[in-house]
Design a binder for this molecule. Structure first.
Ligand code: KIV
Length: 271
């Protein structure tokens, strides 16, 4: 386990892999929830571009902009004392030239106060990863199902089920490691393939819908806590029922205000 009192650094994650300690990662989008998850001992808080769906109510992550990510990353960083904060580079912010990509990643660190960035893509993203690493920006990779590619993938689906896709994914993971990523997210990948990638790489793998053999696990916190109820992927486990608890609290508030019992004397300022 990384030291429970000091800030988690990217190098701690590799040490956790070597020691066989599982890495825990959840998404966060604001300071209040970040403080709760940080206090619970989550190692990495990912300011995921999933915020486009769970916070903004969109169907995909494609509409998320760099300014939105900077804004949410700064809030999460403010609420975090120990966890490593990783911010997603959103759609089209790292594909239109290396210097623009490095500058955009730099904004997530300088203005968004993230400790690292994450980007989707395999071997074709390796030169960008290398340029960022050379500039002192730690990069987490993301292969398998890449939600920013939903329109070319033709929907959200598992990746790596055929031998060809499995070999391509392994080659992508190797290329990212060679380019300097400090960890790789494997999303919606068969468990045996995730086991192979994890065994072969020196950098940690963090799985979502990739089975139990990865070096760590990540979930979208709104899914894990039962807040996002529009759709539940098969690999999600609900660890809480916050959506139901919030609706109950909202109903109680409505009833008490309508019934005149809130605010009572104890919640009123006396002259
Ligand atoms: O945006 C996100 O929340 C992610 C996770 C699903 C890994 O990238």
């Amino acid at each position: 386990m990384a030291n429970p009192h000091t800030r988690v650094r990217v190098t701690d994650l590799a040490a956790m892999k070597r020691a066989g300690h599982k890495i825990t990662m959840l998404t966060a989008y604001d300071a209040t929830m970040a403080r709760i998850m940080d206090g619970a001992g989550v190692d990495v808080l990912l300011v995921g571009d999933s915020l486009g769906m769970v916070v903004m109510g969109e169907d995909t992550t494609v509409g998320v902009t760099l300014d939105m990510m900077v804004h949410h990353s700064r809030a999460v960083a403010r609420g975090t004392a120990r966890a490593l904060v990783v911010a997603d580079l959103p759609f089209l912010t790292y594909h239109t030239g290396t210097s623009e990509a490095v500058r955009n990643a730099g904004r997530l660190m300088q203005e968004g106060r993230a400790g690292a960035v994450k980007l989707e893509g395999g071997a074709s993203s390796a030169p960008i990863v290398r340029a960022m690493a050379d500039a002192g920006i730690p990069v987490m990779g993301h292969v398998g199902l890449m939600p920013q590619h939903v329109h070319v993938l033709g929907g959200y689906r598992a990746v790596g089920k055929t031998p060809g896709e499995a070999e391509a994914l392994l080659a992508d993971a190797r290329a990212l490691q060679d380019a300097g990523v400090f960890a790789i997210v494997l999303e919606c990948v068969p468990a045996d393939l995730a086991r192979r990638v994890t065994a072969e790489l020196a950098v940690p793998t963090i799985g979502i819908g990739a089975g139990p053999h990865c070096d760590g696990q990540v979930l979208v916190s709104y899914d894990a806590f039962g807040l996002y109820q529009d759709f539940q992927p098969k690999f999600v486990k609900r660890f809480g029922r916050l959506g139901a608890a919030m609706s109950e609290a909202a109903r109680a508030y409505v009833d008490e205000v309508r019934g005149g019992s809130f605010p009572g004397p104890e919640h009123s300022i006396q002259s």
